[in-house]
Every structure is written in structure tokens, then in C-alpha cells.
Ligand binder design. Structure first.
Ligand code: PEP
Ligand code: MN
Length: 348
């Protein structure tokens, strides 16, 4: 990591970039209010940092020891705020994303979207391409599901997050969705991650079922290294020896990631627990632990849902949770949306 001097000129910065490229590095530039920081990735392990240290305009050169570079706090100390239209993810406000596990019918998507919007969700969630453990389970509606989700998100002035399972789906999901979700099962699909590095949409990267935090950050690194800076990490529970809950939601991952990385962290207590009655307490705990956002499954008729009904909240339960979050978020200095209809009403 090369920190340029405050008064370094553009020509001096370009000279350093050129030299690093000659030395075999890929260079990522980050321009802050005061200085420019260059992240040089690759090169030889034995590279002499002194070669760059002596160049004009260079203030400091540090070797980053974490295996992930662009995702690390060492590379970028201020937190990343992802702008999705007028919505900011990773800023002071906790952003709630909610909706059904899968799009099933126009009516189901519409009713659920209206309910989550009323309660204060800013982003509609919903899958059209579903990664199911069994090939005999409902696999999602594909493009027609995306169309329903887009329409409901537009009608209720929300953004949309939807899953892309494969490289071949990036175009179609990107056409309808504002945020591209990479599911837990695909966290190590490196071909997909590389392609998403070229996408011009933010990516919500779920933690793999048995992934360590370091592996998860390395997956984020694939997307960042590909040129897409807008990655948010989503803790959705990991597989442990405990079988009472579907997964074990690793709440400690939230402060750990915030220490190691500048990327926003979203918590998904729905997949994290698999049980409706456990979603609310874990959502409260996630916000208290500093999550920048929540991803919550809500269904207008969860008892007849085609996927993940047992973990989907009834709209009434979601309303109540949002009311509680409006007490918890300000207690730790965060805001959360007060009203759905006007964007300006924030509780602090
Ligand atoms: C989902 O969000 O519905 C989903 C399939 O999530 P995960 O990849 O975390 O299992
Ligand atoms: Mn689901």
C-alpha cells in the first residue's frame, strides 16, 4: 500500500502507478479527501519496498500482511458507503431489506412488498433463481419472477436485491435488480465472483455455509480486484454441531469484519436461525452488534410459502420488529427509517 503525500501531483501519482505496473503489480487507486492511496496487488514476494519509497510524492509504503488486500482496513481505513440510487448502505442508518424468500405470484409479491414498505423496509428482497438443496424443490420463477419483483419495488419505491446463481444469469438479474445477491452456496464460485467484478451493480455476498471470515473476505477480494468496489458482506449463519437451529448466526462476525474490513455488513437472521420465532431476537442483536443492514424474510402467507416458510415473518411480526429496531438503533448511535412514505423521517 502506497500512501502519497498530500501535495503529490497527478504526474507524480501516475509515475508511481507506472513503476508499480512495470514491477508486475496490478494497481488500484483510492482517492481520499486529502491523499491518494495506491493498492499494489501481486508482484514478487521479495520486492524491495524501498524502490517505491524513494519516489517523489510518496509518503509511506506498507506491506499488507492480510491475504486480502483491497477488502482490508489497512488499505482503506474509512468505511465504505455503497450508494444505491438515493440509498446509502454502510452509512449512519441501518438499512432493512425484506420480502419473501421467493417470488411466487404477482399477488404474493405485491402484498408482501406493500407490507414491508409500510413497516419501513428500504429494499425489497426476493429470489427468482433459487439454490435449493433438493432438485425436486421449487426452483424459482426465473425472469417472470424478476419482473414481478421489479414492478413491486417500483410501485412501492424500494430498491431490489435478488440472487444470481450463475454467470449466465448476471445480465437478466442485473436488468431487474439493484443489488446482486451471491448466495451462501456460491461464495466460492470464483468464476461468478470474477464476473461480478465487472458488473456495475453492488453485490451482496453471503457467507458460505462453512466459510471462515478470512475465506469470505478473500471472496469479496475477487469482486473488488475485478474492479467493482461496491461489495457488502452478509452473515447468514454457518454450519456448526448445533442442530436446534438451521444454522448458527455468527453475530461476532459483525464486529470482526468491521475491524478487519471497511465493507458494510448485513445480517440475515432468517437463514441464520431457520425459525420464525428466533428471527426477531437475532435481528435485534445484529443491530445492537453494529450491523449496517438486515436481510429478513417476510411473507404475506408464510404457512403456504413455496420456500423457507418456517423462517418467514408474518407482516405483523415484521412491523413489531421495526418498531423495536427504532429503539435499539439510536441507542448505539445509528439511525433507522421511521416512516416508509417519506424518506426524510429518521430516528436518531
Ligand atoms: C436466500 O436468501 O433466500 C438464500 C437462498 O440464502 P442463502 O444463500 O443464505 O442460503
Ligand atoms: Mn430463503
Amino acid at each position: 500500500m502506497i500512501v502519497m503525500q498530500e501535495q503529490a501531483s497527478e504526474a507524480q501519482i501516475e509515475e508511481v502507478v507506472l513503476r508499480l505496473e512495470e514491477l508486475g503489480f496490478g494497481v488500484h487507486r483510492s482517492t481520499g479527501a486529502l491523499r491518494t492511496v495506491l493498492g499494489a496487488v501481486g508482484g514478487e514476494r521479495t520486492f524491495d519496498v524501498g524502490l517505491v519509497e524513494v519516489m517523489t510524492g510518496v509518503s509511506e509504503v506498507h506491506r499488507i500482511t492480510e491475504p486480502y488486500k483491497l477488502a482490508s482496513r489497512t488499505f482503506k481505513s474509512e468505511r465504505t458507503v455503497i450508494q444505491v440510487g438515493d440509498l446509502r448502505i454502510g452509512g449512519d442508518e441501518v438499512v432493512v431489506m425484506a420480502g419473501p424468500c421467493s417470488a411466487e405470484t404477482e399477488e404474493q409479491v405485491e402484498t408482501t412488498a406493500a407490507a414491508v414498505k409500510r413497516a419501513g423496509a428500504k429494499v425489497l428482497r426476493g429470489g427468482a433463481f433459487k439454490p435449493r438443496s433438493s432438485p425436486y424443490s421449487f426452483q424459482g420463477l426465473g425472469e417472470s419472477g424478476l419482473r414481478m419483483l421489479r414492478k413491486a419495488a417500483d410501485d412501492h419505491e424500494m430498491k431490489l436485491v435478488s440472487e444470481v446463481m450463475d454467470v449466465s444469469q448476471i445480465d437478466v438479474v442485473g436488468k431487474y435488480s439493484d443489488i446482486l445477491q451471491v448466495g451462501a452456496r456460491n461464495m466460492q464460485n470464483y468464476t461468478l465472483l470474477r464476473e461480478l467484478g465487472q458488473a456495475r451493480k453492488p453485490v451482496l455476498l453471503k457467507r458460505g455455509i462453512s466459510a471462515t471470515i478470512e475465506e469470505w473476505l478473500l471472496s469479496a477480494e475477487y469482486i473488488l480486484a475485478g474492479g467493482n468496489p461496491d461489495v457488502m458482506l452478509c452473515e447468514r449463519g454457518i454450519r456448526t454441531f448445533e442442530s436446534y437451529t438451521r444454522n448458527t448466526l455468527d453475530i461476532s462476525a459483525i464486529p470482526v469484519i468491521h475491524k478487519l474490513s471497511h465493507l458494510p455488513v448485513v445480517a440475515d437472521p432468517s437463514h441464520g436461525t431457520g425459525r420464525r420465532d428466533k428471527v426477531t431476537p437475532m435481528a435485534r442483536a445484529s443491530v445492537a452488534a453494529g450491523a449496517d443492514g438486515l436481510l429478513i424474510e417476510v411473507h404475506c402467507d408464510p404457512d403456504h410459502a413455496k420456500s423457507d416458510g418456517a423462517q418467514s415473518l408474518y407482516p405483523k411480526q415484521f412491523d413489531r420488529l421495526m418498531t423495536e429496531l427504532r429503539v435499539i438503533a439510536p441507542a448505539i448511535g445509528r439511525g433507522i427509517c421511521l416512516e416508509s412514505t417519506v424518506g426524510k423521517a429518521w430516528a436518531r
